[in-house]
Design a binder for this molecule. Structure first.
Ligand SMILES: [Fe+2]
Length: 410
């Protein structure tokens, strides 16, 4: 928490009030801590009798930073990131619009979530997994991605702190299937990729929970126990009589790194299974962009920047670039501030130009909440001089992003 003491005259709309120099009984606000989201709020504050306001500079919408936070622009120029070319994009044409497909993909997503939970419980008790159900949902997910390439992917941005393992596996699977689609894999390959991704971490059921959920740094011994989970996953997956070896290899090798520094085998380069190379990218991205007991989630743009820095050491670089092309630098559901200071949520990825997605603005340039959200297509001529200046923590805009992602409003 970073608290700054400001005189009442310096306070602006969008700032997060941590406390006032008068007691709660004497001011008209329901709580001591709140965002100033309208002119009425500001006027009330200025008349309430307080001389100083303590604002939390890490919360609220107001941008206290003066340095350049525009990771996206830096990323594009530094790594010469390009979107997909038009010919390729035409071949990936959607049959159904994303909002329509979301009705189906949302059902598949939550059904898969349930089936995954059942699979984990069974595996933990040493019981056989219901493989038919796993294959059925992977098949349904692949069908969805063929109808619309971004619907299932946008659900992959849903995070759940409490049921991290299930949502992480689901999201890695959403990401892998979508990247596979962009790589023009056939249906059978995509199902195998999806099945392996769904169960890549299932071996963790054999690791003591106190090690999995440990807040502090792991001891060497604890880390060596954690490192066994790919082997356990492999064992569990190979019990399925009709599973493809690619799916099993994905689970066994998803912690291998391109330079040979990974585990369990220390395999290098293309000796690592192709599906495992894709899963490694999705696994790291979802982990970095999720809140964990030991650190907060990174914004997607920061996570992508970090992954590009590690790029050639950890990942197959061409898969990493393909991943960025399909996800965008600002994935659907990312909260962004524009140069105009308007704040909104990314609703459509622009696969041809990664820096210029479509935004649903929820706040105007003075950080006032809009009564009617405004659609801003950054690729249109009207907005060509405006870019994205920073990504924000979704909690800051007091909007339930998960609800937006599920409803298809974004
Ligand atoms: Fe893992």
């Amino acid at each position: 928490m970073a608290i700054k003491k400001l005189s009442i005259a310096e306070v602006k709309i969008g700032m997060y009030v941590h406390s006032l120099d008068i007691s709660w009984f004497k001011h008209p606000f329901l709580r001591n801590s709140f965002i100033i989201s309208s002119e009425e709020d500001l006027a009330k504050l200025q008349k309430c009798g307080a001389t100083y306001v303590y604002v939390d500079t890490e919360r609220g919408l107001y941008n206290f930073e003066t340095r350049n936070q525009d990771y996206g622009r830096d990323l594009v120029s530094k790594w010469r990131l390009k979107g997909i070319d038009e010919g390729e994009c035409a071949k990936l044409q959607d049959i159904v619009p994303r909002q329509e497909e979301l009705k189906t993909s949302r059902k598949i997503y939550y059904q898969t979530r349930k089936i995954l939970e059942d699979a984990y419980h069974r595996a933990a008790k040493g019981k056989p997994i219901n493989w038919n159900e796993i294959f059925k949902v992977a098949d349904a997910a692949v069908e969805s991605v063929f109808r619309n390439k971004d619907a299932f992917l946008s659900l992959g941005m849903i995070k759940n702190y409490d049921a991290y393992t299930f949502y992480h596996s689901l999201n890695v699977s959403c990401l892998c299937i979508t990247v596979g689609r962009y790589l023009f894999f056939d249906k059978e390959d995509l199902i195998a990729l999806g099945v392996g991704a769904l169960l890549h971490d299932i071996g963790k059921v054999r690791i003591p929970e106190k090690i999995i959920n440990k807040l502090g740094r792991l001891t060497e011994e604890e880390f060596s126990i954690i490192k066994k989970h790919p082997e356990y996953s492999q064992e569990i997956l190979s019990r399925c009589p009709h599973i493809r070896w690619d799916s099993v290899h994905l689970a066994y090798q998803h912690h291998e790194r391109f330079d040979g520094s990974g585990y369990p085998l220390g395999l290098k380069g293309f000796r690592i299974n192709q599906f495992a190379l894709i899963a490694a990218v999705a696994d790291v991205f979802d982990a970095l962009t999720s809140d964990r007991p030991y650190r907060s989630a990174m914004s997607p743009a920061v996570a992508i920047a970090k992954m590009l820095e590690q790029g050639e050491r950890d990942f197959c670089f061409s898969y990493l670039l393909k991943f960025i092309q399909c996800l965008g630098i600002y994935p659907i559901g990312t909260v962004v501030e524009l140069d105009s200071r308007q704040i909104g949520i990314v609703t459509e990825i622009n696969h041809l130009n990664l820096e210029r997605p479509t935004i649903l603005a929820l706040y105007d340039s003075q950080y006032r909440r809009l009564k009617e959200p405004q659609v801003i297509d950054l690729a249109s001529e009207q907005y060509q001089k405006i870019g994205i200046s920073r990504c924000l923590d979704p909690a800051k805009i007091e909007v339930d992003i998960r609800q937006f992602l599920e409803s298809g409003k974004v």
